[in-house]
Structures are given as C-alpha cells and as structure tokens.
Ligand binder design. Structure first.
Ligand SMILES: Cc1ncc(COP(=O)(O)O)c(C=O)c1O
Length: 375
C-alpha cells in the first residue's frame, strides 16, 4: 500500500491561521485574561452576526443551555420535550435541574423533531421544549413556537451545531427564541471550548451575565457581592480572541463547508447503499457542521466503518440516541422502541471526514473507500 493511500484523513480539524495567533498574542500581552474587553467585543459582533440584540458568551454550549433551563426554573416534576437524536447536552441541561426528559421522535429526512410528535408528547406536566437544529439543519421553529405558545411552554433552541444556518430567510438566533451556539473544535467556528446564548430579552441577558459569574451583579458594588446562586461558566479573553478571528472569516468558513458538502453529495450520487443528508429548501438553509451519510437498511455498519478505518479514513457513529445512553436507561427506564425513526437513523448513520479545508482529493478517496466497502 502506498504512503498516500494510508495517510490518515481526520474526522474534523479547525481552520486556524496567523490571524488567531495575532489576536491571541494581543490578549496575552494585555495581561487581561478573563472578564476583559475581548469578550464584550465578541458578544457584540456575534449578536450582530445572528441578528439578535444581546449575546452572552460562556464556557460551553452546555453551560448556555443549562443557564436557560435555570432561568426557566425547570425542576423536579416538570417534563421537558427534546430530540432523541442529539448530543446528550440537549437533555442534560434540564436533567441537571431535576426535570424529566420526554423524547419526541424525529422526521426521517431532516432528522429534527417532528412537530406532530412534539404536540403528541405534551402533558399537563410539560414546561418546556428544547428544540435542536441537528447537524446544522434548522428545526421547524415556527411550528414548535406555535405549540409552545398554545400550551404556555418555554422554548429553548439548541443551535450548538448550527451557527450560520437560516430558517425562513433569517439566521438562527434572529427569530426571537433564545438560542445557544457552541465552539468546540469540530464546530463551524472553533475556539477550543465555548458557547454563546443569543437572546431578545434584556432581562434574560442580565440574568445570564450574572449566573455565569457566580451570581454577581455588574453594577460595581463589589467582587464579593452575590445577589443570586450562580455558577462559574465564564469564558476567557484568549478564547474570545480566537472567536473574533473566526468570526471575521465565518462567511468563508460557511462557503467552503458548503462546497465540501456539495462535493460529497455529487460523489455519493454514484454510490449504492449510502444516502446524502437532506438538501436545503426554501425554508431551511443548513450550516454544514458534520457530514453524516445514511447507509441502506441491512448494511453492516460496523464492517463499513472498520473498512474506512483500515484505509486511514476516520469515521464515527453520529449520533447514538440520547434515551438509549446507559445513564438514561437506568434513571428513566427508557428502552428501544420509544422513538423508532431516531433509533433506525442512529443505527445507520456514519460521519465522514468533514472540515473547512478538507482537500477535494481526500474527499474522493473517502468516497472511493466507502464505495468499495459497500460494494
Ligand atoms: C446539539 C448539541 N447540543 C449541545 C452541545 C454542547 O456544546 P458544548 O460541547 O460546547 O458544551 C453540542 C456540542 O457538541 C451539540 O452538538
């Protein structure tokens, strides 16, 4: 086997260059590593980018979701509806507060919660919906909001995978619902760790700023003056500097990822047994996060993934259902059969290497290896 053929193609890789280095160096030289002006600057710019009046940057996307659940006062006895086909944080954010997860099955094409399933899951104990924009594809926000309004529920948008996506012609974050975005290195925009909540409520903005900083106020009364029970969910200025550099090139990042996704879709067109992710339509414009192909029913996914790895092509199961995670089964008694569409999808999906600067030749190699494994 040639060296070229065995070179590892990673699953993801952030796009960092001299600009990130330059801004990080400025922060280091300023001596102000936390609670500094870089975070304020980042918040202003990201709010403007998504079309929300306020933004609060935090240590992670999970932290942002958790604080929104705290502000909604979710707790024991409350039920919260979310997607079974998501990252665990979509449910953990309210399970941490003692609320009970209720999973509404997903649409087989968009992989986002089916509004009909959400409506059917509402009971007199339901207090909130955590809507997820999975794999960068916008969820049915208007329908979910109508359900939330009809039943007096809080709606929280987990847009951690979807910075830059658009729903009905407007960016996620601009629709009035509080939304959370995240910046782990596999995300469109990477800062190492980090997240941001965008909100349209000045009151919520103030609460988020206080809660992320140990319940402090920002009115200058004093560092050891705490008006509420808070957390340390602060971000750092070093991360904000990376974030500012990433924001500068976000349009280019989204464009390059869109190009890479189109290339995969074209290459996969000739491959029997693997289906490309849902295409955009008038209402939904995806921001490409990962590239997850769905294998035909009956194909041995383990064998396909082993064949990819044997040829140096990184791959992963994206994503196992939340309700079938060991701690969820133990605590709530969830089992197979609860959400058949999500479960079937989770058994058949494989993530292919996907990142902003992926080499088109590497994409060809990935699909060639995949086609051989399926053939
Ligand atoms: C759908 C979803 N929700 C929440 C999170 C949590 O974000 P973080 O890892 O920044 O806590 C992620 C990140 O992987 C995610 O994909």
């Amino acid at each position: 086997m040639s060296q070229e053929a065995t070179r590892e193609i990673p699953l993801s890789r952030p796009w960092l260059d001299e600009r990130e280095e330059e801004l990080v160096l400025e922060v280091l030289r300023s001596g102000r590593l936390s609670l500094g002006p870089w975070i304020d600057r980042f918040e202003e710019q990201v709010a403007e980018r998504v079309g929300a009046p306020y933004a609060v940057a935090l240590s992670s996307g999970t932290a942002g979701l958790h604080l929104l659940c705290k502000i909604a006062e979710l707790g024991p006895g409350d039920e919260v509806i979310t997607s079974p086909l998501s990252f665990v944080a979509s449910a953990n954010c309210f399970v941490l507060e003692g609320a009970t997860p209720v999973f509404a099955d997903v649409d087989p094409v968009t992989l986002n919660m089916d509004p009909g399933a959400v409506e059917a899951a509402v009971t007199e104990k339901t207090r909130a919906i955590v809507a997820v924009d999975m794999f960068g594809y916008p969820c049915e926000l208007d329908e979910l909001r109508a359900i939330a309004n009809r039943h007096g529920l809080v709606l929280i948008e987990d847009a951690c995978e979807s910075l830059g996506a658009e729903y009905r012609g407007k960016p996620l974050g601009a629709h009035g619902t509080s939304a959370v975005f995240a910046f782990y290195p596999n995300k469109q925009m990477a800062t190492g760790e980090g997240g941001v909540v965008t909100t349209h409520s000045e009151e919520e903005w103030g609460l988020l700023r206080s809660l992320r900083n140990q319940g402090r106020t920002y009115d200058g009364i004093g560092w050891f003056h705490h008006v509420r029970l808070g957390m340390n969910y602060r971000w750092t200025d070093v991360q904000a500097a990376i974030g500012l550099a990433q924001l500068e090139k976000l349009d280019r990042i989204l464009e390059l990822r869109g190009d890479a996704a189109r290339r995969y879709a074209e290459l996969l067109r000739d491959v029997e047994g693997a289906e490309a992710p849902a295409a955009d339509d008038e209402d939904h414009r995806r921001s490409w996060f990962v590239y997850v192909a769905k294998l035909d029913a009956g194909i041995d996914r383990d064998r396909v993934m082993a064949a990819l790895r044997a040829e140096g092509v990184a791959t992963a199961e994206y994503v196992p259902c939340i309700h079938l995670q060991p701690y969820m089964r133990e605590r709530f008694g969830f089992a197979e059969g609860l959400c058949p569409v999500a479960e079937d999808t989770a058994r058949r999906t494989v993530a292919l290497p996907f990142y902003t600067q992926i080499d088109p030749g590497d994409q060809e190699r990935v699909v060639e290896v995949l086609a051989n494994a399926l053939g």
